[in-house]
Design a protein around this ligand. Sequence first.
Ligand SMILES: [Zn+2]
Length: 575
Amino acid sequence: MAYEVLARKWRPQQFADVVGQNHVTQTLQNAITANRIAHAYLFVGPRGTGKTSLARLFAKALNCKTGPTITPCDVCDSCREITAGTSLDVQEIDGASNNSVEQVRELRDNVKFAPTHGKYKIYIIDEVHMLSTAAFNALLKTLEEPPAHVKFFFATTEAHKVLPTIVSRCQRFDLRRIPVALIIERLNLIASEEKVSLDSDAALAIARGAEGGLRDAESALDQLIAFRGETIAEADVLAVFGLVSRQTLELLATAILKGNVGEIVRTIAELDSAGKDMQRLVLELLDHFRTLLVYLCVPEAAPTLDVIAPQVESLKQQAQLADPDRLMRIAEVLSQAEDRMRYSLSRRTLVETSLIRCARATTVSVDDLMKRLEALSQSVGGGAMVPSPTSARVEAVREPSPPAYAPRAQAPVSRAPVSPVSKPSPAPASVKSELDVLTVQWRDQIVERVKREVALAGVALLDAKPLLVEQNRVVIGFDPQFARKLEQIKIPTYHAAVHKIMVQFLKRPVNVECVLMTGEGSADVPADHTVDKGAGANSRAGSAPHSKTRQDWHQEPVVRKTLEFFNGSIVDIRE
Ligand SMILES: [Zn+2]
């Protein structure tokens, strides 16, 4: 027998076989039983969710020799012809193809003739929103007064593009994305029938890759069987689809929640060199945090979440690290990143900075903020920086180095209003935090501002990142793949723009050096100022030194205390 692709071979032949669309199959079966069949139906839904399969199945149910029936016999001529796609009474038109206008005209001429075998002449028009205006108009005339023996089944992924005059003449059914659990179930069934061994993480990976489309999942399984033969493991699926393993995804999410920037940077470097799809990664993380948010906010909805058992375990653990406000903030950052991904030349840099931003995302409620402000004004306003009685307790409970993200629920004491702990902060720590600030603010504060000075200089900077910030020196690194951008940025006017913005941002004169990075994102940071000294060092911005540097401000008791209260960092200094 000729080879048949799985998606076709396993196309549902009975209403009971349709996966994940009970709300539609139930209504259609009720209509058949009650003999209340409309003239036209519109099936709307994402690709691969079963729109045309349902239309064919419905056609078979209507035209079966025993029909209209909710269980077509699959043996009569009509059933077999419809299954094989050779029935003269059921015509399929692809709205996207060029000849669909001719077909619609032909249809208009032919509808008046009675069906050959079955009871109905059924027209299935796929991607109906793609029909040309001429075809639409031809169709509309027929649709206004269809003969009793004619039925129309339309399918579309984009209902809003279908003419309202057509939609209003149809019964509309919205098909859903199919839940991961149901896709897995179906894949397991097919695998066992096809004598293929498919482990559970492999099935999950396929289902994740299919994004709710069963047909995509089945095609993927097909490809994998061709690629790997009879045993399919998670690694095979990940390799073929550029996906990240469930475990890595969960580790990354944990690193974000724990504020572990090192782990994030290391993981991204690994995934990038393994050629993983960065956009996909961001989408999956976004989905993960959404699920975590639901898990956290609506515990009773947990059983309805589209996750498998091991995922629930990790959700449980991560819920200890998160609070809803912070998750909302993370989701916001991720969806912004997803949005920018399309235009970004260096996806890796974008993902990296976005995840670091997520790791640092903290949120405070307004109430909380007010309380803290009050406490702050009391302790600072009195001029007394003497530890209050509570401070000893606060200090005792605090971890040696409290993580910046400390979730509210977990460590309420760390939010106690008074915290006069002013550890001497050595210069290197504040220098490092300046680099962090610069990294997080890179796109918004540096790239965007440079763009306003010299647009192309800003574009070149998109693919760079800050490597080092010292008292009078900033080093910016470019991946070797963006060596050309480095050359561009050395053009004097470009460099002057970067220099100007950097001086404005840091509030002190600095030299800006641009270098090529080597290997895994590490940089050959030159030890001295031999490389490309700030060409714009004499620009006006550079010649206006501020009375106090960022570091000076860091040493100010009031500033230090404020930073501590809000787990903040100095972003901008205005005088
Ligand atoms: Zn039949």
